[in-house]
Design a protein around this ligand. Structure first.
Ligand code: ATP
Length: 343
């Protein structure tokens, strides 16, 4: 049997990238899973704290994220839906695992390197604004490994931006096994399950991925956006002045991103979408993307609005999820403590 685990940060309303890169795939896995398979989906609040958060907004975003998981079709009878911060075992395991991985390895993670690049003075490379580089930004991949391994997860369905983090989780699991459990492999090495859909890029800067915490709100389409908001954002999306439509992510990132979005909505390949629009213009492509996105989001948006008014129900779902998650994670930690000599 498989243990399928994934997480999402409560850093805002999920966008098309989260939807096609993660959520849709989670619902699909839930539908296909065997009776013995376990599925866990976590709202990872501790990860959100690696960037400054307004406490009131974070509290609202945590609850909204539970509503959104339900709205897209995650079923609390089938999957464990819970807040990471309701399960203390994650932090304890994170400490133990952090002692098995070098600082250098964490400094080589691309997310850390990109934060470092932001903190570097543009004129003087040796000058670094240390105040924006908190320890959590460096070590959160270890916490992510703990999130995964606390349930002895075997499969982690995430977007392709997460590949390096899952590789790290595998290496950490392997390091733990070698240090503490040579005869019997205590942790199985979790497999990355990337989504078939390609990474969705920012609408205004197609060199970056679409992100909840990106500064420019026009860069993303959120799952709760109205038809009018979807229309405005797609209309404003960066493209190019080349005639005709082709799928060429390197030379035409903006146009190709619209094709990726269309393909994710319709289930075709981006190349097939491009072929349909080969002799047409960006206006026609944008109109089709707008219509397809609206069709994809109408139902989850309606369900989210309904669920958002049911705060007691949402709290109950999270509380029940926490009980189930704690039971599993605490069992792992009892064994981990024994193996490490901390029992
Ligand atoms: P933030 O912007 O707050 O850092 P995020 O938008 O990158 O967050 P996460 O909550 O870190 O999203 O990730 C949730 C899931 O969504 C992960 O599985 C991640 O791989 C996936 N994901 C995030 N952004 C994209 C994207 N642009 N395209 C495809 N998948 C994505």
């Amino acid at each position: 049997p498989r243990v399928i685990f994934s997480g999402i940060q409560p850093t805002g309303i999920p966008h098309l990238g989260n939807y096609f890169g993660a959520l849709v795939n989670w619902v699909k896995l839930q539908a296909e899973a065997g009776a013995d398979d376990k599925l866990l989906f976590s709202v990872v609040g501790w990860h959100a704290l690696t960037l400054p958060q307004d406490p009131r907004k974070l509290a609202a975003a945590r609850s909204d994220m539970i509503a959104l998981l339900l709205a897209v079709g995650i079923d609390p009878k089938r999957s464990v839906i819970f807040h990471q911060d309701h399960v203390q075992a994650h932090t304890e395991l994170s400490w133990i695992l952090g002692c098995l991985i070098s600082v250098g390895r964490l400094q080589r993670m691309t997310t850390w390197k990109s934060r470092l690049a932001v903190a570097r003075n543009a004129n003087d490379e040796s000058e670094i604004d240390d105040s924006v580089l908190n320890t959590g930004l460096l070590t959160y991949p270890v916490l992510q490994a703990a999130d995964i391994l606390a349930y002895k997860s075997t499969h982690v369905p995430v977007g392709d931006d997460q590949q390096q983090h899952i590789e790290l989780a595998r290496d950490i699991a392997d390091a733990f096994n070698r240090a503490y459990s040579k005869k019997r492999r205590f942790f199985s090495l979790p497999d990355l399950m990337t989504t078939p859909s390609k990474r969705i890029l920012s609408l205004t800067d197609p060199s970056a991925k679409m992100s909840k915490s990106a500064f420019d709100p026009k860069s993303r389409i959120e799952l709760t956006h109205t038809a009018a908001e979807i229309t405005t954002r797609i209309r404003g999306a960066t493209t190019d002045s080349i005639q005709g439509i082709t799928y060429d992510p390197v030379a035409r990132p903006g146009t190709s991103n619209l094709l990726t979005i269309l393909a994710a909505c319709t289930g075709e390949s981006a190349e097939a979408c491009a072929a349909r629009f080969a002799s047409r213009d960006h206006g026609a492509l944008k109109a089709a993307v707008t219509e397809a996105v609206e069709a994809a989001l109408a139902q989850p948006r309606k369900e989210f609005t309904r669920l958002r008014a049911e705060q007691t129900y949402l709290a109950d779902v999270a509380a029940e999820g926490a009980v189930k998650a704690r039971e599993m994670a605490d069992a792992t930690l009892r064994e981990v403590r024994k193996l490490t000599g901390l029992a």
